[in-house]
Unconditional design. Structure first.
Length: 175
């Protein structure tokens, strides 16, 4: 599928960071992810930085999925094991269906780079017609994780929105 087809997909990037929300730290992963998505042909329709507060994360994800009706919501931050890392819990409370293969692929790709990838708890799931992906907060790890699944996103988003196209066309009869 060409990037023209992806141009119909609207996405949002949500950075979860207490220090970022207070203006004490510049967000480097959020803008990087926006640029990657734009380069792949997606429409970067929303961007925000909020604190690592589970209820606020849940409210924002619901708003972006239900009200803004974004096709793809990418979160960055809050996927580790620190006490304030609550992004997976918030996401799990919001999604209707989990898509474990995306999170597995991201962790596997990251594990090829660093053994610390085993500590990532990010998940992926669907709410309505929105796909929500949790990425790590570091710019490098977020970029690696998104790169691992970016080639598969268009197909998945089409399916989430009801496309009846076959996943893999059957080979024709032998000539």
């Amino acid at each position: 599928m060409t990037s023209d087809a992806r141009a119909s997909f609207r996405c949002g990037v949500l950075t979860l960071s207490d220090k970022g929300a207070r203006g004490e730290r510049a967000d480097t992963s959020g803008p990087e992810l926006q640029e990657m998505l734009r380069a792949a042909g997606f429409i970067a329709a929303e961007y925000g930085i909020i604190a690592d507060e589970q209820q606020l994360i849940e409210e924002t994800l619901r708003d972006w999925a239900d009200t803004l009706q974004l096709d793809l919501i990418v979160t960055t931050g809050g996927t580790g094991v620190s006490p304030r890392d609550l992004t997976p819990e918030a996401t799990r409370n919001v999604i209707e269906r989990e898509v474990p293969g995306l999170a597995e692929a991201m962790r596997l790709a990251s594990l090829a780079v660093t053994p610390q990838a085993v500590w990532s708890r990010g998940i992926a799931g669907i709410r309505g017609t929105s796909l929500i992906l949790n990425l790590p907060g570091s710019r490098k790890a977020a970029r690696e994780n998104l790169a691992a699944v970016l080639p598969a996103l268009t197909h998945g988003l089409e399916k989430i929105q009801g496309s009846q196209k076959d996943c893999a066309p059957e080979p024709g009869p032998p000539a």
